[in-house]
Every structure is written in C-alpha cells, then in structure tokens.
Design a protein around this ligand. Structure first.
Ligand SMILES: Cc1cc2nc3c(=O)[nH]c(=O)nc-3n(C[C@H](O)[C@H](O)[C@H](O)COP(=O)(O)OP(=O)(O)OC[C@H]3O[C@@H](n4cnc5c(N)ncnc54)[C@H](O)[C@@H]3O)c2cc1C
Length: 420
C-alpha cells in the first residue's frame, strides 16, 4: 500500500552515516530538493551541491486548478530558497553536460563540478518545437491554450477558456504519444472545459473533441475505459492516432498527422496543446541516457526501475520525471521514491548494495467537474493500488476534489521538507 498523504515518515531512519562524499544533485524541483533534504539528515560530513538556475519553485500539480479558474496563480508560486535545506550549496546555473566517466558535470557558465555520487533530477523537456508553428508566447491569444509550461501559461489558458466558454464553439484537446508528466492533466482539462461550457450555458452550441496520438486516452486500461464511458455520456468525441503536428495560430487551424503520413487540417475556436515530452538535452546527449529500448528515443535516464540506480554507472541515481521507467511521472511518485533513492544512495556510501525497491507508485486526482474528482493510484504494472479506504477508485467524489484543492499542496510541501 502506498499512501498519498501522511505515510510513516521515518520508514528508513537510521543513525547518520559519516562521510566526506561529494554529492551533486542536478535539478531543484520536487525530486532534487526532496532527496537533498533527506541526505542532509542521513549523512554527516557530506558535501552536497544542487545545480539549478530556477529561483521560483512552482507547485505544478496546481497548474490545472489555475488553468480552469479554481485557484489564483499565486498559489503555485514559491521561492526555491525557502525549501532548500541548510548545508546544501546551491549553484545557480544549468548543467549542460554530464560526464559519468570522469564523474563531473559542466555548467552553462563554464564551471566543472566533480562528484562521487550524482542524483539526476532535471524533470522533462516540453518539446513544443516538434509542433510546427507553435509559439508558447502566444498561449492566451487566438484561442490557444496549454496548461503545461508555467504559471503564466496556466493563467493565460484560463483567460482563453473563460472567453471561449462565454461564446461556445469548437474545441480541440490534444494528446501526444510520448511519456507525459501527469498524464491525467490533458483529461482534467477536457473534463473542466466541458464543465465550464455547461455552467456558462453554451454547451448546446459547442463541440469538444479529444484527439489522441495513440490508441487510447490513458495508459491504464481500467482508467481509460472509465474515462471513455464518462466522455460518451458527456458528449465528448474522441479520435485516435491523430498527432498534432502543426498549428497556424493566426488562422486558428490545427494539422494532425496520421500513422500513414496523411495530414488532416481542422479549424478551432479553442485548442489545448499538450507538447511531446523528452529528457532535457544535457541528459539525452550524455551516456546516462538509455541507448536502446522504449526509453531511448526520449533520451530518458537509464535507471533500474526498482532501485532507481543507474544501470551502468552505480554512483548515479535518478529521481522524478527524468527516469526512464514505465509510468511514474507525478509528484506522488517522488513522494514515495525520494526516501528510497536517499536510502539506496546512503547504502552505496556505506559500501553496501541498494536494498530498497520502488513499485512505480503513480497517482493523479482526476478532476471530472468543479466539486468532483477521482483519485487514481496505480503501479508500474498498471494495477490500481488504492491507498485510502474511504475513496473508491474510479468513483468520483467531493472528498477527492477537496483533497486535490486543499490537501495535496501541504502534502507536496511536506515531501520537500522531508516530513513524509
Ligand atoms: C500541468 C501539470 C499537472 C500536474 N498534476 C499533477 C498531479 O495532479 N499530481 C501529481 O502527483 N503530479 C502532478 N504533476 C507532475 C509533478 O509536478 C511532477 O511529476 C513533479 O514536479 C516532478 O518532479 P521533478 O523534480 O522530477 O521535476 P520538476 O519538479 O519539474 O523539477 C525539475 C527541475 O530541474 C531543473 N532542470 C532542468 N534541466 C536542468 C539542467 N540541465 N540543469 C539543472 N537543472 C535543470 C528545472 O529547472 C527544474 O527546477 C503535474 C505537472 C504538471 C505540469
């Protein structure tokens, strides 16, 4: 069982291990800070350096609430400095190259930092560039929406959605074929758009169409079937194997490419773009990336899916969205796996082998309308693994909505601060 909120905090608590090891953590998002916090408590004498140029810390799971008019944008904005644990050196820069042979990273300002142990926590790269004509700066204009890139884009998406809901019209909601962080977010945006049209009284003169680049809308079969059933009764149409390949923003026309190469153009009044996702360039171009298999194309980090240790460089671990593992790109994944990564890394420092395994726990409160959500929890195999006895999986409830809106940000902050 993998509780989403309030797990036993000190599951792996041990006496502090004395070491002079140099540990570099690349990325100060949820995963990087969660591991750094734990290592500072578990180690005595280690030199821990975190590299990231980002000053603002964004609560990304809140973006869907901002983008659908539920939260003000300030609720997803905090300062990284408030979460970084004491004793960790923060290099405000970006890693441009990983060299696991010389155990060093190079930064954009020309620094070379050597390490004994490395934790890769860079998250994903949103590859909007794969969509011809797409311009992230244009989100919020001409019916163009996308919840993913930033708090500003989430807010601009809400402004666009609100204006569209007043008039109604033709909405296109897209889904790429790559692994996604929070694969539920495109579905939440679709449910909420339909809800906003309903509340504005414009549903009758509107059409909502979901275009997936794959042959489903969600990778877990039970969830996929449940969502499709709901959409059928809500009048949301679905097209499969339609990949958004180009957009003409001014003309409000989107082009979809089919597997046989044929292209199909569609006009729209509202377009929600979900970008293809891959590893950031520095990881993808390095020897740390998968070289073959399903994660090679995206350049994802080659880790063992249980220990989250690199499969070829044992002094390297991965945490969070960057990992080339089946599923598992959510904040809830980090909550469950950060203690495992910290523990396994300390075991290595102590001269032992990593002995804690991760089951791929992934969770997503799937909003179905304002005031209702389903709490979806599953593992690497796609098995549903409900953690809260009062919440029935695949059943939407006000309780799950309240969790999403009220409880999950405090739970996220607890992960950053190492309280869970
Ligand atoms: C719209 C949306 C909705 C979501 N909804 C949910 C939800 O409901 N539930 C849930 O559990 N999760 C949700 N998530 C997912 C969750 O936010 C992520 O899974 C989580 O933030 C992953 O943490 P991370 O540390 O791997 O990546 P991030 O938190 O993205 O952090 C990565 C960090 O690495 C840095 N970085 C990147 N490249 C480099 C480099 N070369 N050098 C140094 N630093 C670098 C970045 O600046 C960033 O600070 C959602 C995400 C989005 C975008």
């Amino acid at each position: 069982m993998a509780p989403l909120i309030g797990s036993p905090a000190a599951a792996f608590a041990t006496a502090r291990t004395r070491t002079r090891a140099r540990i570099v953590i690349a990325g100060s998002g949820l995963g990087g800070i969660a591991v750094a916090t734990r290592l500072t408590r578990m180690l005595d004498g280690a030199q821990i350096t975190i590299v990231d140029q980002k000053e603002e810390h964004n609560y990304q799971p809140g973006y869907t609430l901002v983008a659908t008019g539920v939260w003000p944008v300030d609720k997803v904005r905090d300062r990284n400095a408030d979460f970084l644990p004491e004793g960790v050196q923060w290099v405000r820069d970006r890693v441009v190259a990983f060299d696991p042979v010389t155990n060093s990273v190079a930064t954009s300002l020309g620094q070379r930092i050597e390490y004994d142990y490395l934790v890769v926590a860079t998250g994903v790269h949103l590859d909007y560039a794969q969509i011809e004509g797409m311009d992230v700066a244009a989100i919020g204009r001409e019916g163009l929406a996308s919840v993913y890139p930033s708090p500003e884009a989430a807010l601009a998406t809400w402004r666009t959605m609100e204006a569209f809901a007043q008039r109604g019209g033709h909405a296109l909601m897209t889904l790429p074929a790559t692994p996604l962080k929070c694969a539920g977010a495109p579905l939440k945006m679709t449910f909420m758009l339909r809800d906003r049209l309903h509340r504005a009284g414009t549903l009758g003169r509107s059409q909502v169409q979901f275009l997936s680049a794959t042959s489903n809308v969600f990778g877990v079969p039970a969830v996929n079937a449940n969502v499709l059933e709901r959409w059928k009764s809500l009048g949301i149409g679905v097209d499969y194997t339609h990949r958004l390949s180009a957009v003409d923003i001014g003309a409000r026309r989107a082009t979809f490419t089919r597997p046989d190469g044929t292209r199909l153009e569609k006009g729209y009044d509202f377009l929600h773009v979900v970008p293809p996702m891959r590893a950031p360039d520095a990881v993808r171009a390095s020897d740390l990336a998968w070289k073959e298999g399903p994660f090679a194309a995206g350049g994802w980090l080659e880790v063992d899916k249980a220990t989250l240790q690199h499969r070829r460089y044992p002094n390297v671990f991965g945490i969070g969205d960057i990992n080339g593992t089946p599923r598992g790109k959510t904040a809830a994944t980090v909550k469950k796996s950060a203690p495992i990564v910290a523990h396994n890394l300390v075991e290595m420092i102590a001269g032992r082998s990593p002995d804690h395994g991760f089951d791929g726990y992934t969770s997503c409160p799937l909003i179905t309308r304002e005031g209702s959500a389903m709490l979806i929890e599953f593992d690497y195999e796609g098995r549903l693994v409900p953690s809260l006895p009062m919440i029935e999986p695949l059943q939407d409830s006000f309780f799950a909505w309240m969790m999403k809106v009220r409880l999950l940000k405090p739970a996220y902050v607890s992960v950053l601060k190492g309280r869970v």
